[in-house]
Design a protein around this ligand. Structure first.
Ligand SMILES: Cc1ncc(COP(=O)(O)O)c(C=O)c1O
Length: 383
């Protein structure tokens, strides 16, 4: 038999799948993969069921159902004063993951360079490689995960086409400051780059932090492609509804790819998410409070166990330094915790191409029932 495609020759099984399988095999509490172990809101599930009963069951229009595109447009307008035309500037995808693949493949030619800030969400690099592009990593330096502006400037070359930013940031829980965003935007404008802004955790900000969409910065609306998703916001990651907001030209290019990758996305679930987005103002305060209490609880537990780190201002992840507990690398320590302590985490070195910083951390996901978090903390006692 002939070989499979070269473009995937160095791809491995995603770290999330590997950890979840090991967690199952060892009966470990799974704080690895980023999804809640509790269900999303009953009212939204009821709406989805009703939408099926009402007959929203055939293919949706390929750019997305118009009701969902309209509601996406409405919330960008009311929350961020951003105007996106649902007809020509918003596309619905199978989660943010498809959105990322589509945007990268719509923009990147073979040999083009794409700057990724590491640690990164792992699908960025895979999508860049599938497009034939070259990922150029720039490290967010521990412990505050800051980017050195000079280092970022030096990573940009005449072949750089795109820069990818994730805010709030997985896996660190960092929320980028206005000044940090200004610095990145200044370089994007100066070098005429597109900027893919992955904002899937836009509503998971704590302690009064405010989300600053990259597209709202001066000179950035045209060059920013914003990607987000309903999965995190409604705690329904399996619904896989995401979207791309971009200028007309980029939207057209994205749709040309999307039509041949998935064609269209689940109709009743899009209709339900549209209703969900209408209720954001009443839904969000309780949602944020729920995750804040989980974050505070688990941070207290981990610091009580001797882990020393700042409480993250966003997302549902904690990047926890392990140096005080072990000389092992992140991967070996993560395996040991699964086997000996029955707690599964993600070793973040999988999210780096250049720096070895990830070897000194583990990522914990606190989007779990309190009893799950309590059990994990109990299992980690005596480390
Ligand atoms: C930073 C980031 N981007 C994108 C995604 C993918 O989102 P979705 O489940 O909507 O495909 C995730 C999921 O964990 C994520 O953490």
């Amino acid at each position: 038999m002939k070989d499979t495609a070269l473009r995937i020759a160095d791809f491995k099984d995603s770290i999330f799948g590997v950890i979840s399988r090991l967690a199952r095999e060892h009966g470990a509490v799974n704080l690895g993969q980023g999804f809640p172990d509790f269900d999303g809101p009953e009212w939204l599930k009821d709406i989805a069921y009703r939408k099926m009963q009402e007959g929203h069951n055939q293919y949706a229009p390929f750019p997305g159902s118009i009701s969902l595109r309209t509601e996406v447009s409405n919330y960008y307008k009311s929350l961020y004063a951003l105007s996106y035309d649902p007809e020509t500037q918003i596309t619905i995808t199978v989660g943010a993951t498809e959105a990322i693949y589509v945007v990268i493949n719509a923009l990147v030619n073979p040999g083009d360079e794409v700057v990724v800030l590491e640690p990164f969400y792992d699908s960025y690099v895979a999508s860049i490689k599938m497009a034939g592009g070259i990922p150029v990593p720039v490290t967010m330096h521990a412990p505050d995960f800051t980017v050195d502006k000079g280092e970022l400037a030096r990573a940009i070359t005449p072949r750089t086409k795109l820069l990818i930013l994730n805010n709030p940031h997985n896996p660190t829980g960092k929320v980028w400051s206005r000044q940090e965003l200004l610095d990145v935007c200044e370089l994007a404008i100066k070098n005429d780059l597109y900027l893919l802004s992955d904002e899937v955790y836009e509503f998971l900000l704590f302690d009064g932090a405010k989300h600053l969409p990259t597209a709202t910065f001066e000179g950035m609306l045209e060059r920013t492609i914003t990607v987000s998703s309903a999965g995190k916001t409604f705690g329904l990651t399996g619904w896989k509804i995401g979207w791309i907001c971009a200028n007309e030209r980029v939207t057209r290019a994205c749709r040309l790819i999307h039509q041949y990758v998935t064609f269209s996305v689940s109709t009743p679930i899009q209709e339900a998410v549209a209703e969900g987005l209408k209720r954001l103002p009443s839904y969000l305060p309780g949602f944020v409070e729920l995750y804040k209490s989980k974050r505070d609880f688990f941070h207290r537990e981990l610091t009580g166990l001797g882990f020393d780190f700042k409480i993250p201002p966003g997302t549902y992840f904690m990047m926890v330094p392990i140096g005080s507990k072990t000389k092992l690398s992140d991967v070996d320590f993560a395996l040991k915790l699964i086997q000996d302590n029955k707690v599964a985490t993600v070793p973040p070195s999988a999210f780096y191409l250049k720096s070895r910083d990830g070897e000194r951390y583990l990522r914990f996901c606190f989007a779990k029932k309190e009893e799950t978090l309590r059990q994990a903390a109990t299992n980690l006692k005596g480390l």
